[in-house]
Ligand binder design. Structure first.
Ligand SMILES: Cc1cc2nc3c(=O)[nH]c(=O)nc-3n(C[C@H](O)[C@H](O)[C@H](O)COP(=O)(O)OP(=O)(O)OC[C@H]3O[C@@H](n4cnc5c(N)ncnc54)[C@H](O)[C@@H]3O)c2cc1C
Length: 233
């Protein structure tokens, strides 16, 4: 392991319990990484012991910071929530194999809640650099859980190559909500996408959502090598 000190540049509150943290090294440099990679973050706990957790990178390698979109949960994230701009966190990476396949014809990104973190970086790569047809299904219980909603809406506006399908599954919707209200499953995907041929699926979110969808896609005939997944929590 090769932990390096990174300085917290700033944070953005995406909702009450989801926050984007932006880091850079003291000399302003950043590590080489690819969309889909994850990093280890390490901090000293209140008992003086070091704690570490894994986080998917939300930034694109061309952005001038390393960012992570994180949901407040337990011990480590409560430490993160106490950080201020200028504080130091030890970061090691990149790691992981949840990476884009260059041979893809069309990409279907499916994220549950904070699972958008890894997908944001992959979507920026797909839309701004790879020029491939793609779409994002982002599902959350409430509207504030749809982190990066405005950014995804802007990316898809007037863009024939990128479609955005947000969905709120809980009872409360913002006034005038005209997005979907369904969980993402094979019947819904079939209705919107038509055929699954020539499509590669990138799934990121809770274990239940990702493993359930993976099984359903395989049962529907999607080859395993066209389903890439990152499941946690
Ligand atoms: C490869 C990888 C990438 C990841 N990327 C991300 C990412 O981009 N963003 C992200 O937010 N997380 C990500 N995670 C999860 C992250 O590593 C931590 O597991 C998560 O932040 C919880 O850490 P914690 O110390 O705050 O919770 P812990 O104290 O470790 O709690 C562990 C578990 O206890 C339960 N729990 C504890 N407190 C609560 C609570 N208040 N409410 C509900 N459940 C609770 C949860 O089931 C939780 O998972 C990733 C994990 C992996 C393996």
């Amino acid at each position: 392991m090769n932990f390096q000190p990174y300085v917290l540049q700033d944070t953005v509150n995406e909702s009450d319990d989801v926050r984007t943290f932006r880091f850079a090294k003291g000399d302003g440099t950043l590590p080489a990484y690819k969309p889909g990679h994850f990093f280890l973050l390490r901090l000293k706990g209140e008992d003086g012991k070091m704690m570490q957790r894994s986080y998917s990178v939300a930034s694109h390698p061309e952005e001038p910071f390393l960012s992570f979109c994180i949901k407040l949960k337990g011990a480590f994230t409560h430490l993160l929530w106490k950080l201020k701009s200028g504080d130091t966190v030890e970061i090691d990476g990149p790691y992981g194999i949840f990476l884009l396949r260059q041979e893809d014809t069309e990409r279907v990104f499916i994220g549950g809640g904070v699972g958008i973190s890894a997908l944001r970086s992959m979507i920026l790569q797909t839309v701004k650099h790879d020029g491939k047809r793609a779409c994002l299904f982002h599902c959350a219980h409430e509207f504030p859980g749809l982190a990066y909603f405005q950014e995804m809406k802007s990316l898809s506006a007037g863009n024939p190559l990128f479609k955005f399908y947000p969905s709120i599954t809980g009872e409360e919707k913002p006034a005038g909500w005209n997005g979907m209200c369904d969980r993402i499953g094979v019947p819904l995907l079939k209705k919107i996408l038509g055929t699954f041929e020539d499509k590669t699926f990138y799934l990121c979110g809770s274990k239940g959502m990702v493993s359930g969808l993976t099984e359903a896609l395989i049962a529907d005939g999607v080859p395993k090598d066209r389903i890439k997944k990152d499941e946690w929590g």
